[in-house]
Write a new protein. Structure first.
Length: 379
């Protein structure tokens, strides 16, 4: 997100300190349930149109970049290893002891335009596991053997639900960003806390900020579906990740490139369990899930081998990858309004961008190889 002006920071901090809980609409739901409100489909369609129309204007005479997260801070490969010993309750879907999957990871700055890495920003990480088997979701239906995970460099989102997401970008595109921040103090507070500077993408504390099922639901006598485990995902580094370069606009990719040319990296993959529907809501992405109340539980590790990722061919490959949390199997159903909107909006934006750029949709195999040369990050 873009930097918040100091006056808005002060107002937002005051409002948040007074009304932080009052301005956080959270439906009263039982543990393990979600609720789709009336009119959400209309809001989702409006989000798709708003963002697509803006892409058309923003990149009128050039290739269309992603609506958010347009700046690639490194697109690298690795192997996703499931722990050999897991609690049976967590042995769902891909999380089978000893399983491993090739994975592509794209690190990014989240703001809607290319910015210098020294500017405070939410950071993003999109991850795609390949060679995944199991029953899949009908939508988007464009990949058959993948499981995607999305992360931000913060533990909460800037919008509670699709309506607030639409409001944020509508005001942003129409010159009233300050209005949104003042009238949505919890979102402003999360932006203030989440916009940070890092020296290496592997040093970010990553969080999914939205909930997911871990296992199949059970239908009650009233027909309501209850998920035995609802979780958020998190990543933490398990390697020494230097960040010696800080005087370039593109130092995040430069430091990652320098590390992986001769060395390795790794990330540990965790879940947080929904312990309480109020403290860990499904329908309010503004609320962080306290690690004190719901400790991180490690399920897997991502090993990142030495590699080079700066070739034009690999950059173009990664630019055309489509990420969507609904690329996956039913045991890992995305939950909550933000995720329900993503199912449609991310597919619509990906379709538009690829079509406008003359690119073909494809499904990565995890075994792509690119001829590399010792190219700088930015020529």
């Amino acid at each position: 997100m873009r930097t918040v002006y100091p006056a808005v920071q002060a107002v937002s901090l005051i409002l948040c300190s007074w009304f932080l809980s009052a301005c956080t609409p959270t439906p009263d739901l039982p543990l393990g349930q979600e609720h789709k409100p009336e009119g959400e489909d209309k809001t989702t369609a409006a989000i798709s149109k708003l963002l697509t129309d803006n892409l058309q204007v923003q990149y009128a005479d050039t290739n269309k970049l992603r609506d958010t997260h347009p700046k690639d801070n490194g697109c690298i490969r690795g192997t996703f290893h499931i722990n050999s010993e897991l609690d049976p309750a967590f042995q769902q879907g891909i999380f089978q002891p000893g399983n491993q999957y090739p994975v592509w990871m794209r690190f990014s700055n989240s703001v809607e335009k290319i910015t210098a890495d020294g500017e405070k920003d939410f950071r993003g990480l999109a991850m795609k596991l390949t060679e995944v088997s199991g029953e899949r979701f009908a939508k988007p239906g464009d990949e058959q053997h993948t499981q995607d995970f999305l992360f931000l460099g913060h533990d909460a989102f800037f919008a509670a639900n699709p309506q607030q997401f639409f409001d944020f970008f509508f005001e942003n595109f129409h010159g009233s960003r300050t209005k949104f921040l003042i009238t949505h103090p919890r979102g402003a507070w999360n932006i203030l806390r989440g916009a940070k500077v890092y020296n290496n993408p592997l040093n970010v504390k990553w969080n999914s900020v939205t909930p997911y099922a871990l296992g199949l639901p059970v239908a009650g006598s009233d027909g309501m579906l209850t998920y035995p485990n609802v979780v958020r995902y998190a990543l933490r580094t398990c390697s020494d990740n230097p960040g010696s370069v800080t005087d370039s606009e593109h130092y995040l990719a430069m430091n990652l490139d320098k590390q992986l040319k001769t060395g390795t990296g790794c990330l540990d993959f965790y879940i947080q369990l929904q312990k309480d529907p109020h403290d860990n809501p499904t329908e309010n992405a503004l609320i962080s899930w306290s690690e004190e109340g719901s400790p991180l539980i490690k399920l897997a590790r991502i090993d990142i081998p030495a590699q080079t990722f700066t070739s034009d061919a690999q950059k173009q490959f990664c630019e055309n990858i489509s990420f969507n949390p609904w690329h996956g199997i039913v045991e890992h159903r995305p939950l909550g309004g933000i995720n329900r909107a993503r199912q449609i909006v991310m597919k619509d934006l990906s379709d538009f961008r690829l079509q406008q750029n003359g690119a073909q949709r494809f499904e990565p195999t995890g075994h792509e190889a690119f001829e590399q040369s010792d190219l700088p990050i930015i020529e």
